[in-house]
Design a binder for this molecule. Structure first.
Ligand code: FAD
Length: 511
């Protein structure tokens, strides 16, 4: 029978197993699924175990988002944009010393304290919902049994009627000498005790650019090295603008280049040997810190999926599913471990809640499936980028170039206009026309908006509402019929008239 906790009284436990549901992974998706199932009377256990990073970093309950993802990332981004606003504050009449130094240790302590309180909150929430939290590494024994191994190596077996795999992913390492020994990843950067110093971010991913963005804004000499395309999959025109803005604001971009080797120098630095992929020339440079952000792998390797008969993609370890159901009908998967689905926290949460409700829901409410279409997202580079739907390239590929029109508008937020000093000094701090709005429509379908893109402050806040409208089949006419809120950045979307095909200049000339 079930170890620890109260004796199980679940009305659903007629199958003789220890649990109605075992959830493997206590991250965004797993916690959401476990709590929702318990709410409907299921007897649930949630396993969460963090294997330390190569560097030895470890963390508490809550998964990637809370500990080493969205939360610390957004808070460090906030630290960066706060620093950037000192110069604005002076223009608005405050007296702020723009040269004051940032205290890395104080920021990390503040952020880690907040994360600690979230870890505690998750444990409490599981207890309150009567979910058994098992801080044990979990793997399959057979299609109805798992084994859990705790920190001390003690092993126990548990049987289940249903199982949700929500093990997420971990950063990949480059397969070059010294990478594992000398480099860190997003698993480590948010809890670094000492300031990173001169830093190299490796990769063209959003995680690489976000990290480089906040490190530059905090005053660190930061470079990004990329082999090919920045922000693959996002709108290419906007990716280019993001990178241009970052370069003008101090991040160095090393293009068409890959690191070949990492070596420790006598004075404790990391010597990186680079190779230019276009011309083949090699060069070396020393850094204090190298952050690898070259992708993430699903962590299914240790799960012993074959013991349960669960199929997975051998290329990336991810699990193919139909409506979150694996090829084994009582075993499901959600979140980052799913093949070909967005790796985002709200996606994992919504899929987890809906799945658990579909299986255990007893409240008479409709059993809804997860819809992975039109998922909005934001890249938290210094100039933030929010988007919903397709990039212009994908829209053309999908609907035919002749059917796609894009409405374009460059602009400068009102809040930036008072800070003339920054601009006059040749400092590109608050550039004209740095911000950008793009609406991609399908002319063959009543000008249906198939992609909405925004580059500027508060991108997540701006984009969220338009995602609702796009879910409701918004057309360009709907945007034109909407009255804007003045003065905001979001009102841009209600007044856009310049099209790509017109050839007119979408840069704003005045207020
Ligand atoms: P996870 O949250 O990764 O949770 C999986 C849990 O399972 C982990 O705790 C893991 O240790 C545990 N586990 C794994 N294997 C086992 C096992 N065998 N036994 C027991 N436990 C196990 N998303 C956004 O929406 N917005 C953002 O701004 C954003 N920023 C990000 C920034 C960074 C740097 C990173 C890395 C990610 C970011 N994400 C963001 C993505 C987001 O964090 C993930 O999509 C989300 O956490 C996925 O949730 P999950 O439940 O699938 O997995």
């Amino acid at each position: 029978m079930v170890e620890g906790g109260e004796s199980p009284t679940s009305p659903l436990m007629q199958h003789g197993k220890d649990y109605d549901l075992i959830v493997i992974g206590g991250g965004s998706g797993g916690l959401a699924a476990a709590k929702e199932a318990a709410k409907h009377g299921a007897k649930v256990a949630c396993f969460d175990f963090v294997k330390p990073s190569e560097r030895g970093t470890t963390w508490g309950l809550g998964g990637t988002c809370v500990n080493v993802g969205c939360i610390p990332k957004k808070l460090m981004h906030q630290a960066g944009i706060l620093g950037e606003s000192f110069s604005d504050a002076n223009a608005f009449g405050w007296t702020v010393d723009e040269k004051q130094k940032h205290d890395w240790g104080k920021m990390v302590t503040g952020i880690q304290d907040h994360i600690g309180s979230l870890n505690f909150g998750y444990r409490t929430a599981l207890r309150e919902k009567k979910v058994d939290y098992k801080n044990e590494y979990c793997s399959f024994v057979d299609a109805n049994t798992v084994k859990g191994v705790n920190k001390r190596g003690v092993e126990k077996q548990y049987t289940f009627d249903k199982c949700v795999i929500a093990v997420g992913g971990r950063p990949s390492y480059l397969d070059v000498p010294g990478a594992r020994e000398l480099c860190i990843t997003s698993d480590d950067v948010f809890s670094l005790e000492n300031p990173p110093g001169k830093t190299l971010c490796v990769g063209a991913s959003y995680i690489s650019l976000e990290t480089a963005g906040f490190l530059t804004a905090l005053g660190y000499d930061t470079s990004v090295v990329v082999r090919s395309v920045f922000l693959r999959g996002f709108d290419a025109e906007i990716a280019k603008q993001i990178v241009g803005h970052m370069e003008r604001h101090g991040t160095r971009m090393i293009r068409d280049t890959t690191p070949q080797k990492f070596e420790k120098t006598e004075d404790g630095k990391i010597k990186v040997e680079f190779k230019n992929t276009m011309f083949g020339n090699k060069f070396k440079e020393e850094f204090d810190t190298v952050v690898l952000a070259v992708g993430r792998d699903a962590v299914t390797e240790g799960l012993n999926l074959p013991a349960a008969g669960v199929e997975f993609n051998p290329k990336n370890g991810k699990i193919p599913c139909v409506d979150e159901q694996t090829n084994v009908s009582h075993i499901y998967a959600i979140g980052d471990v799913l093949d070909t689905r967005q790796e985002l926290t709200p996606v994992a949460i919504k899929a987890g809640v809906r799945l658990a409700h579909r299986i255990f829901g007893d409240d008479g409410k409709p059993k809804l499936k997860m819809n992975y279409d039109l998922v909005p997202t934001t890249v938290f580079t210094p100039l933030e980028y929010g988007c919903v739907g397709m990039s212009e390239e994908l829209a053309k590929e999908t609907y035919g170039e002749e059917n796609i029109e894009s409405f374009l508008s460059y602009f400068k937020p009102l809040e930036w206009t008072v800070n003339h000093a920054a601009h006059d000094n040749g400092n590109m701090h608050r550039e004209d026309n740095a911000c950008f709005a793009k609406v991609v429509v399908n002319k063959a379908d009543s000008d249906r908006v198939v992609g909405l893109h925004y580059l500027g402050p508060n991108a997540g806040e701006v984009t969220q509402g338009y995602a609702v409208a796009m879910k409701m089949n918004m057309t360009k006419q709907d945007l034109d019929d909407t009255v804007g809120i003045h003065p905001t950045v979001s009102e841009q979307f209600t007044t856009m008239s310049i099209t790509r095909s017109s050839g007119e200049d979408p840069q704003s000339k005045g207020c």
